[in-house]
Write a protein that binds this ligand. Structure first.
Ligand code: G3I
Length: 386
């Protein structure tokens, strides 16, 4: 019982942190986009067009996140991914603690299985992630620190470990984009770089910035430099993204991220995770996208999910269509990095199945949100409606 309570509290605090529950901005009813003909597909994987065909015809890519266990256990997942999406992100399998063991050895075997299947299906991969404060192999990193003669040697060992990780990842995986630095800014409402003073010290948090000259900014600079150099070393090309959450609700964080991207030529893309909810206003979406476009970098929505907010009349379907509509209207085609949903079926959402934040229900049936997004994209694409 105590364990269950502890786990519930931990989950609640992780959700609160990642979803920015501290935000107190008043909810605003979203303005729906112009109405379109209600063309409803027969059913997801039986329909002539997949969402990806429609999105491509509109000049963008559409993606989804999934994990190894979903990939191995859910037959329908594979059908849906092939039919509706053209880019994918692995939810956990390319993170530091999944690639590096406690003793520091590197293994790609699990993501390689997923990459092999994705390649066979023609799905392109976004690499997630080269630098994050969560899901680090802290056993290994702590060993490096403990073994070092002094603080300078410990910092040098951590910097080497990160540069090595980036090098091996870029060498091994062929991706169209890398999430190079994730969530580097704090939730203090001032757009500060994340550091030990403004971040709760949870067991899974490892602040790389503690070991770099210049703190988290120094870490971000080094991460982008390492990624760019590794791409050149291995003759590869990929967009290099910095991304964060709550950019739609936290203008200071948005400003800090965009300014950083503008000042670092190694950054080629800015990403907004958009773990949002149906209370989000169209103005908030517009303001965020316009600022991101102003950076001149690629603009990507990297982890979209939309649970119900507090306004009962706002619908998930309308907000998802609004997000795509604003994205296509505001982001010029040359700057479009696409929109990726953080999951496929509600049953596997990191938020919990009861939040129902995705396009497909627990049985992988397309929901109303799928149908409305399909109708919107079909109308805009000009593709054959038969
Ligand atoms: O693998 C272990 C398993 O052995 C163990 O039995 C089980 C018990 O809870 O945990 C499993 O690990 C879980 C892992 O997902 C794989 O399922 C971790 O506890 C759990 O914390 C982890 O959650 C992931 C979360 O990142 C970690 O912070 C979610 O799947 C993943 O969707 C989520 O993704 C992040 C993005 O990478 C960055 N942006 C925010 C987003 C949501 O938090």
């Amino acid at each position: 019982m105590k364990t269950n309570l502890w786990l519930s509290l931990l989950l609640a605090s992780v959700l609160a942190c990642a979803c920015g529950k501290d935000d107190t901005r008043p909810p605003v009813t979203p303005t729906p986009p112009d109405p379109v003909d209600p063309v409803v597909p027969d059913s997801g994987t039986d329909a002539k067009w997949g969402l990806k065909d429609l999105a491509q015809a509109c000049g963008m890519v559409i993606g989804a996140e999934y994990t190894y266990s979903e990939y191995t256990q859910d037959k329908q997942l594979q059908e849906v991914l092939k039919h509706d999406f053209d880019v994918v992100t692995f939810g956990n399998e390319m993170k530091h603690d999944n690639i590096v063991s406690g003793s520091g050895t590197i293994s790609f075997s699990r993501p390689d299985q997923m990459v092999g299947w994705a390649n066979d299906c023609g799905l392109k991969l976004c690499g997630h992630t080269l630098g994050w404060h969560s899901q680090q192999q802290t056993d290994y990193l702590q060993t490096l620190i403990d073994r070092a003669a002094d603080a300078d040697a410990a910092a040098a060992a951590i910097r080497d470990a990160h540069a090595t990780f980036v090098d091996k990842m870029v060498e091994h995986f062929d991706v169209y984009a890398w999430d190079v630095v994730n969530e580097a800014f704090a939730d203090d409402g001032m757009g500060s770089w994340r550091n030990s003073g403004n971040t709760e010290a949870k067991y899974h948090v490892f602040l790389w910035g503690n070991y770099f000259e210049g703190g988290t900014k120094g870490f971000a600079d080094a991460a982008f430099r390492s990624a760019k150099e590794a791409l050149a070393r291995y003759g590869k090309k990929a967009d290099l993204y910095i991304n964060d959450y709550n950019l739609e609700w936290n203008p200071a964080k948005l400003e800090s991220l965009c300014k950083y991207a503008e000042g670092n030529p190694d950054v080629t893309g800015v990403g907004s995770q958009m773990h949002c909810n149906t209370d989000l206003s169209v103005d908030a979406i517009r303001n965020m996208l316009m600022r991101m476009v102003k950076t001149g970098k690629k603009v990507r929505i990297s982890e979209l999910d939309v649970p119900q907010g507090s306004i009962p009349t706002n619908s998930q379907a309308d907000l998802i269509v609004t997000i795509f509509d604003q994205y296509l209207k505001i982001v010029p085609e040359a700057q479009r990095g696409g929109i990726t949903f953080w999951g496929v079926s509600d049953k596997n959402s990191w938020l919990g199945a009861n939040k129902e934040p995705l396009l497909f229900d627990a049985a992988y049936r397309p929901k109303e949100s799928y149908d409305k997004l399909y109708a919107y994209l079909l109308d805009r694409s000009g593709l054959d409606k038969e």
